[in-house]
Design a binder for this molecule. Sequence first.
Ligand code: GLN
Length: 389
Amino acid sequence: MPELSKRTESFTDSVIRRMTRVSLKYGAVNLSQGFPDFKPPREILDRLAEVTKEDFHQYSITWGAQNFREALAGKQSRLMGRTIDPNGEIVVTCGSTEAMMTAMMMVTNPGDKVVVFSPFYENYGADAILTGADPIYVPLYPPEFNFRPEELEAAFMQHPKALILCNPSNPCGKVFTMEELKFIAYLAEKYDTFVITDEVYEHIVYEPNRHIYFASLPGMWERTISCSSLSKTYSITGWRLGYVIAPPHIIDTAKKVHDFLTVGAAAPLQEAAVTGLKFGEEYYRELQQKYTGKRDLFLKGLDDIGIEHTVPQGAYYVLLDVSRFGFDSDLEFCEVLAREVGVGAVPGSSFFREPVNHLIRMHFAKKDETLIEALNRLEGIRHKIPVRK
Ligand code: GLN
């Protein structure tokens, strides 16, 4: 038999998604792959029911249904502080996963370098391999997960084509400050690079932190490819609706790449999601309050049990320190945790470039009762997982 391609040899399937399967296998409360177990807004679901009887069953325009792009442009223009053209500055994709891949394919030639902060969302590693780009990892230092300006500049001195900015950040929960973003902008200009953002947690930010769209910084619109999605904001991760926002000459290229990758996002789902894109500010305020409540509940529970953890400024992930259990492999720890304690988590090593094996990631995008059940199970963790010497 002939061999399969070299480019697929150096990465595995997603560990995040694998841990969902492990959780299912052991009947664990699944706090691994980040998705809600509560319902999307009723108005969106009601509209979806209507849409099935209307005429949205064939392809939409490949770069996104007109109605969807117009509603999205309205929302994002308000948030990003500039008028976004629904026809020339948006491509609707199958989730931000496709948006990011499209951005990487547009920007890099094989062998080009891309700056990635570590810890990072695991897709960026695979995106780089599939596009032939070469990541330069720049560490974020706990507890605040700050970068060192001199280390970031050293990475830019290697002439990368782009920097990937996940803000708010998965998995560490960092929300970049204006000062940090301005420094990144200064480097992007000085070394003439693109910035590809992943802003899917834009509406999940805890007081007193604020999300700042990188594209809204002075001079940055021209070189920023903003990627995001509706998954987290409207609790519809399974709908796979994402998008790229960028200046027209970049979007022209994004349209081509997207067209040949997937043709288009699901037409009926785009139509139903328009309802969400038209929600008023109240919706986003309530979403933030809801997640603040979940964060407080879950972190307090961990404190009561005595498990050390990060305190996220945004997004819905927390890194737990499990070094006391003495495992060499965090992957094995997560398997034992799912089997013996009944809680699913993602090994921290899937997110770090550095050799880290003492952290695991959990998320709290779950009903309060689900979080309480997980905490009840975690209470017994010390008895159920013997310490390894
Ligand atoms: N972004 C979510 C996570 O990090 C879901 C990832 C996925 O499976 N697409 O868990």
